[in-house]
Design a protein around this ligand. Structure first.
Ligand code: SAM
Length: 510
């Protein structure tokens, strides 16, 4: 039992798909990559809050926050970068050593084993829901305190990744338990079981463990608009002005759209497009909640966002014929990989929702992006050169998001989106491309591939044959490194000033 405190701790190693690991190790160098990998397993040491300046002031928001947090000493500060004092930082805690009360009688604690996705959601502040539970100690009764650990994928015999734990597993707290060794150092907190063991594996949905202590004690801010610092900076990089017409091509859930709207003081027009019906509804809802009127959400595939003009097309407002059919665009087209990209803690519970969807069970909790059965307007695209500014916050592998325990996904179709986005900017306008991944293949290589686009924060060859980036070009973009002292998510921003013709695209350091 000497190893108990060490076992019941949180000291994870991020698991990488082998190809990705060697690719990133090459791109960043092994030491830098190892620091990034380590940073990705824990949250930033602060939460970043954007004040709705149309409704409040930073000082009033700080007062309100102190009341909400009910902690007299809550460490809240304003961002000191010029023009960004409406961004507030609330300091979180370092990882805490949790007493799982296992040493007193020498017996191991009662345990609940959860899936990796469930654990990542818990680390961001969610509760443990039934579909995320893989195993539970025998004789756990409703109300019992349980230690929560995670079973992360392990390398399988065929070279893939497997979670070799079947639902309903009964851990004994002994070395013969499945993944006993592998779960050492992967305890993410403790809580009160809201169902007995039998209950957990009988029902399809609902809360399983009400988490009382998490290894990272971030203040509970679920009701307040949290946004990662780089996302706020994207809006500043665009530099929106009152009265402009702006297109946000992959807009849902609307974090950056609303940040842009605030900078425009809600004057002008922001077309907020996303291909997911449910998510577009979420944008409507968020804009309404924030009292923003300049946002017009549309369902639109960014890969088809430049419209082919027919004589019959209604070209008022530079939009091709809109299909205003009375709704009934029902059904969820939420994609699992897309959900990874949600940035606001307000939406974190969707990770748990994802587990529900995967398990084929019904989700019972509310979510901002849940279909509310309404209609969304569908766009067939927009006329070339019809926007002052275009933001392409592209869907990506999301390998910059933090509190992550496994990284194996990859996305590659940003180039085709960038091709569309470029065409929609008027001469003299601005295009901003951003992602929340540390993958240079989705960042530097994408912006570099246009002949006139410089781009990289990293120098070298990345993924595409034409993705080679020259020394000197790294200053033309902003790269947010999760292992740097800024302590943000991994993020990438490239800003382009569009010249008088499409080929004349200048990269300007944003
Ligand atoms: C990184 S998220 C955008 C986050 C958003 N900009 C924000 O700040 O809240 C990427 C979004 O792209 C959307 N998406 C993925 N493929 C798309 C496509 N082909 N056309 C339009 N949107 C797409 C996803 O639904 C997802 O909402």
């Amino acid at each position: 039992m000497d190893d108990l405190p060490e076992r019941y701790s949180y000291n994870p190693t991020l698991r990488w798909n082998a190809d990705l690991e060697s690719y990133f190790s090459n791109a960043y160098g092994p030491h830098h990559f190892s620091r990034i990998s380590n940073a990705l397993t824990r949250p930033s040491c602060y939460s970043c809050i954007r004040v709705n300046t149309l409704k409040s002031t930073p000082d009033a928001a700080i007062e309100k926050l102190r009341t909400v947090l009910k902690e007299k000493g809550a460490d809240i500060s304003k961002c000191e970068v010029g023009g960004m004092d409406y961004v507030l930082f609330v300091k979180g805690s370092d990882p805490q050593a949790i007493d799982y009360s296992c040493a007193a009688d020498g017996k191991p604690p009662k345990e609940v084993l959860v899936s990796r996705k469930c654990a990542e959601a818990v680390l961001r502040g969610a509760q443990v829901y039934v579909p995320g539970v893989l195993g539970c100690t025998a004789r756990v009764e409703k109300g019992d305190i349980v230690a929560v650990s995670v079973a992360v994928q392990q390398p399988g015999a065929d070279g893939g990744w497997v979670v070799g734990i079947t639902e309903g597993t009964v851990p004994q707290g002994s070395e013969t338990d499945p993944y006993h060794l592998e779960r050492s150092g992967l305890y993410i907190g403790k809580g009160r079981a809201t169902l007995s063991r039998a209950g957990i594996f009988c029902v399809m949905e609902g809360l399983a463990v009400d988490m009382s202590v998490r290894v990272f004690n971030l203040p509970s801010l679920l009701e307040i608009f949290l946004q990662n610092l780089p996302s706020i900076i994207v809006a500043h990089a665009l530099g929106p002005q009152k009265g402009e017409r702006i297109l946000d091509l992959c807009a849902a859930p609307g974090g950056k759209t609303t940040a842009i709207a605030l900078l425009m003081k809600d004057e002008g027009e922001i077309v907020a497009a996303d291909r997911s019906h449910n998510k577009v509804q979420g944008i409507y809802k968020l804009a309404a909640e924030m009292g923003l009127r300049c946002i017009t959400p549309y369902k639109l595939d960014a890969l088809k966002s430049v419209c082919i003009i027919n004589d019959s097309d209604d070209f008022s407002n530079h939009s091709c014929t809109k299909d205003n059919h009375g709704g009934n665009i029902q059904g969820s087209d939420l994609l699992t990989s897309e959900l990874e990209n949600l940035e606001s803690v307000t939406f974190e519970r969707l990770n748990a929702e994802k587990d529900f969807k995967k398990s084929g069970r019904k989700w019972n909790g509310p979510g901002r992006n849940q279909s509310v059965g309404g209609t969304v307007e569908k766009s067939k695209g927009f006329a070339p050169k019809s926007f002052d500014q275009v933001l392409l916050d592209a869907p990506c592998s999301a390998l910059g998001l933090r509190r992550r325990l496994f990284a194996g996904e990859h996305a590659t179709y940003q180039r085709r989106m960038l091709d569309q986005a470029v065409q929609l900017v008027r001469p003299g306008g601005v295009l901003v491309y951003s992602t929340c991944t540390i993958n240079p293949g989705e960042n530097e290589a994408v912006v570099r591939y246009h002949p006139r686009i410089g781009g990289p924060g990293l120098v070298g060859r990345f993924e595409f044959p034409d993705g080679y980036t020259e020394p000197g070009e790294e200053e033309l973009v902003q790269r947010f490194d999760p292992s740097s002292s800024l302590d943000t998510i991994g993020f990438f921003i490239a800003k382009f000033s569009v010249g008088s013709n499409e080929a004349d695209l200048q990269n300007s350091a944003s």
